[in-house]
Design a protein around this ligand. Structure first.
Ligand code: ADP
Length: 262
């Protein structure tokens, strides 16, 4: 793409942030934001001494305000940078805090880029051990720009086991490799649904597609998250499972993934 052909710009760390972990996906709707939110909460739950931030870089469809039950306008700090909003111990910033929910996102090209630039550079995070970044789906200019402009400790790629999602996840992995961002592994989401009544298990999108893709790319599968009603309900309520049901099997999958990524 254009950005690639201009060569790698110099990477500049985000002030105060020690490590950046990006959560990416090849296509939308596979559970990337759900994973990013629960991963941030799991990092905090696993080690309470760590300060965790969550940056919603999905400027086209920000989900963090709803999932983290946050809204409002960020205040400006003395140095004129935006203060993140805080809930469940996580410092959060999202395009959703800056525009009305009903505003259609019709920005193109440079406007989206300048929005991302603001989210990357004009937030006063204070001191963070980990910043989890919820990327927009796909491998376009925004994803590339984020990957090239800040030092990233690692990327995790979320995919369902369905072929079409896996093909796009493959492209995502390739993009990160090209820009020298280490891919920590794949997370398979919505792999199995267990009927709450009869306990029968159904692999709605296939059983282990992500495992096969991981093998072919020489990557690990960091976790296998079932399709579970409480994961969806908890997110919609703004109380993600890792926060609201930390003892549940679903939450434990995220807590284990958080151990893998640090
Ligand atoms: P993406 O960020 O990839 O677009 P989301 O995280 O917004 O995807 O998830 C899409 C929808 O699927 C949301 O309604 C979310 O609550 C739901 N969802 C995601 N993962 C799961 C899961 N493992 N079980 C049940 N629902 C899920």
């Amino acid at each position: 793409t254009q950005i690639m052909s201009r060569g790698l710009p110099k990477q500049k760390p985000i002030e105060g942030v020690k490590q950046v972990i990006v959560v990416a996906s090849g296509k939308g709707g596979v559970g990337k934001s759900t994973t990013a939110v629960n991963l941030a909460l799991a990092l905090a739950a696993n080690d309470s001494s760590k300060a965790i931030g969550l940056l919603d870089a999905d400027v086209y469809g920000p989900s963090v305000p709803k999932m983290m039950n946050l809204k409002g306008n960020p205040e400006l700090s003395q140095n004129n940078r935006m203060r993140p909003l805080l809930n469940y111990g996580i410092a959060c910033m999202s395009m959703g805090f800056l525009v009305e929910e009903s505003t259609p996102v019709v920005w193109r090209g440079l406007m989206v880029m300048s929005a991302v630039e603001k989210l990357l550079r004009q937030v006063d995070w204070g001191q963070l051990d980990y910043l989890v970044v919820d990327m927009p789906p796909g491998t376009g200019d925004v994803q590339l720009s984020v990957s090239q402009n800040i030092p990233i400790s690692g990327a995790v790629i979320v995919s369902t086991p369905q072929d079409i999602a896996l093909m796009d996840a493959h492209k995502g992995a390739e993009m990160f490799r090209k820009v020298h961002v280490p891919v920590l592994g794949l997370i398979q989401n919505m792999s199995v649904f267990q009927c709450p009544k009869c306990k029968h298990k159904t692999h709605i999108f296939g059983a282990d597609g992500a495992k096969r893709l991981a093998q072919s790319l020489g990557l690990d599968v960091l976790g296998d998250i079932p399709l579970h009603l409480s994961i969806r309900e908890a997110s919609d309520r703004g109380q993600p499972v890792v926060f609201s049901q930390p003892e549940s099997d679903e939450a434990k999958v995220y807590l284990r993934i958080a151990v893998e990524v640090v």
